[in-house]
Design a protein around this ligand. Structure first.
Ligand code: S3P
Length: 173
């Protein structure tokens, strides 16, 4: 049995484009798309913001790990939340599902993108830009270590990111 599955797993910081690129990939490849934030939110019956506020971040992280345990290795697009790499056991599970693709972008681009919507509980601080910078610094090595490859999305449209991912996957066989 092959050790790794057929899924394409998107990881990366908030604002890196995981959800939109995931939608493009799913459409192009005619594959099911599993957006973990959406699944957790509908399972618990609250928005991600409400889960963080009422149940706490740990409850959200536990829900992420639990959901990951339920995924199979089928061909699918798996869209993760930006903090999925914080637990080593999550990273190991993601790598078993299939190819892990890190979507990256420079700090300014990420901040500009996340500022369009105020839905991210971790950035509801007095200085969101500084918070973003610190989180990004701490997490960058985790994304790189978890991923098979990285695509810099800073100057690309979502379709172009999808193209770049498919080209890389084809080359790797
Ligand atoms: C988080 C990222 C969010 C969501 C939650 C926590 C994080 O997902 O899972 O707010 O820790 O970076 P996006 O990366 O889709 O914004």
């Amino acid at each position: 049995m092959r050790e790794r599955g057929e899924a394409i797993v998107l990881i990366g910081f908030m604002g890196s484009g995981k959800s939109s690129v995931g939608r493009h990939l799913a459409k192009r490849l005619r594959l099911p798309r599993y957006d973990m934030d959406h699944m957790i939110s509908s399972r618990i019956g609250r928005t991600i913001g409400e889960i963080f506020e009422r149940d706490g971040e740990e409850a959200f992280r536990a829900a992420e790990t639990q959901l990951l345990r339920e995924f199979s290795k089928e061909a699918a697009i798996v869209v993760t939340g930006g903090g999925i790499v914080l637990r080593a056991e999550n990273t190991a599970m993601l790598r078993r599902l299939g190819s892990v693709v890190n979507l990256a972008a420079d700090e300014g681009t990420l901040f500009e993108r996340v500022s369009r919507r105020r839905t991210r509980p971790l950035l509801k601080t007095p200085h969101p830009r500084g918070t973003l910078r610190e989180l990004l610094r701490a997490r960058e090595p985790l994304y790189l270590a978890a991923a098979d490859f990285t695509v810099d999305t800073s100057a690309l449209r979502h379709e172009q990111v999808a193209d770049a991912i498919l080209a890389r996957l084809e080359k790797c066989g």
